[in-house]
Design a protein around this ligand. Structure first.
Ligand SMILES: *Cc1c(COP(=O)(O)O)cnc(C)c1O
Length: 409
């Protein structure tokens, strides 16, 4: 068979097999271990046997796909698990998965409007909607990025160019002195408002990195926690965080659309167009550009802001439950959790030992964090299908770990 470019029936048969396998296995994942359970030595032997010497038979190729899915089932931390209380990596929405499939099939090039007008306009439409929802002034603009890091880097470039336009041509040498960045030490939301006051008075660029917390814009009852966001010079929100698209999907929005063009404008003979009003490659870091925005477009269109409001509110309800149960059992809460991240310490025992024991049990995933100079246990509700039973199970697992590690200090 033509493995790389199969036609009609072959393609459909493999596609169907993958669809059925994934539907089955993603259900198993919810009932299995959160952490890897595979035999690493065996896996490495099997992996080493792939010598890429020649093509596979159809049967071998089928087995390869099954093998790959099995390795994913048993060889990764399952961030899609309802008891993954981890870093900001949610279980992706199903529309986002579908978007990835559609995008992969057409593989549109979004460097220019000319090559993919439908895709570029869908992305712009979503960015305008997000910008309006933040409350930025009309005319604000932005684009999808590979993630929060790229979006934050874009903000830094824009700020440098705003205060020193010669930076574009001359780089850092153009500055008469060293540029200064002020960052909040521990980013408490209350600082948003204060920073915005300070930034305005002193003529600074005010960037808000709301990579995770930006999800709150969806909720009419919770969005006041992001007060001041609407006055930011620029904002980062990761769609792959609380909006739960598949990974590698950030957003950058700014009131200073003209600076995007100044920063990234390039003129080459071979590109079909170079319009700053429409062509992404002249207003952003990326050149070849994947159709990332479809993930949020399909999710938002399907469920509306209302659906996402329910999603973020549910996470906060679950965190509230966790907080209440931990307090009842004598654990100490060390932070407020306006964006669904709870930090706490046990009544006795070592934070590290407890976290290690919880994670190796496979029942739940939490992490160690350092806040205000001390180690704490950190739990964040990232999965949209976490239930009250999952919270109770986490509390039981934590308490078991606290009791068994108690003597080990
Ligand atoms: C996740 C995160 C980042 C980094 O974003 P990536 O999408 O991982 O590149 C930056 N800032 C904050 C506040 C984040 O939560």
């Amino acid at each position: 068979m033509n493995h790389l470019f199969p036609d009609g029936d072959e393609r459909v048969s493999i596609d169907n097999m993958v669809t059925l396998l994934l539907a089955q296995i993603t259900r198993h994942v919810d009932y299995g271990s959160v952490v890897p359970t595979f035999n690493l030595a065996k896996f490495r032997d099997e992996l080493a046997a792939f010598d890429f010497a020649g093509p596979m038979s159809f049967r071998e190729y089928n087995e390869l796909i099954r093998w790959t899915i099995r390795q994913m089932e048993h060889g990764i931390v399952h961030i899609t698990h309802p008891r993954y209380f981890g870093l900001f990596n949610p279980k992706p929405t199903f529309p986002a998965e579908i978007a990835d499939r559609i995008t992969a099939a057409f593989n549109p090039q979004l460097a220019t409007w000319t090559t993919s007008p439908a895709a570029v306009e869908i992305e712009s439409h979503v960015i305008r909607a997000v910008s309006a929802r933040i409350g930025l002034p009309p005319g604000s603009t932005g684009h999808f990025t590979a993630g929060g890091s790229e979006a934050n880097f874009t903000a830094v470039l824009l700020a440098l160019i705003k205060f020193c336009p010669r930076f574009v041509e001359e780089g850092a040498r153009a500055f008469p002195g060293q540029p200064v960045f002020y960052v909040s030490k521990e980013s408490h939301l209350a600082w948003l408002k204060i920073a915005q006051q300070i930034a305005y008075n002193f003529g600074l660029w005010y960037h808000v990195d709301a990579a995770w917390g930006g999800g709150l814009i969806a909720s009419d009852t919770l969005r006041h926690r992001l007060v001041g966001l609407e006055r930011a010079d620029s904002v980062t929100i990761d769609a792959h965080k609380w909006f739960a698209t598949t990974m590698g999907c950030g957003m950058f929005v700014t009131q200073h659309s003209e600076l995007l063009a100044t920063s990234f404008y390039v003129l080459t003979g071979y590109m079909p167009s170079h319009e700053v009003s429409v062509d992404p490659y002249v207003t952003s870091i990326q050149w070849s550009r994947r159709f990332l925005g479809l993930r949020l477009f399909l999710s938002l269109a399907a469920t509306g802001w209302e659906g996402y409001a329910g999603h973020v509110e549910h996470a906060l309800t679950m965190i509230g439950l966790l907080e209440k149960q931990l307090i009842e059992h004598g654990w100490i809460i060390v932070n407020e959790s306006p964006v669904g991240v709870l930090c706490f310490i046990p009544p006795s025992g070592s934070v590290r030992q407890i976290v290690k024991q919880v994670v190796t049990s496979g029942t739940a995933w939490v992490s160690v964090a350092v806040t205000e100079g001390r180690e704490v246990i950190r739990a964040c509700v990232t999965c949209g299908t976490t239930t009250a039973e999952d919270i109770s199970e986490l509390v039981n697992t934590l308490m078991r770990a606290e009791q068994t590690t108690h003597g080990d200090q």
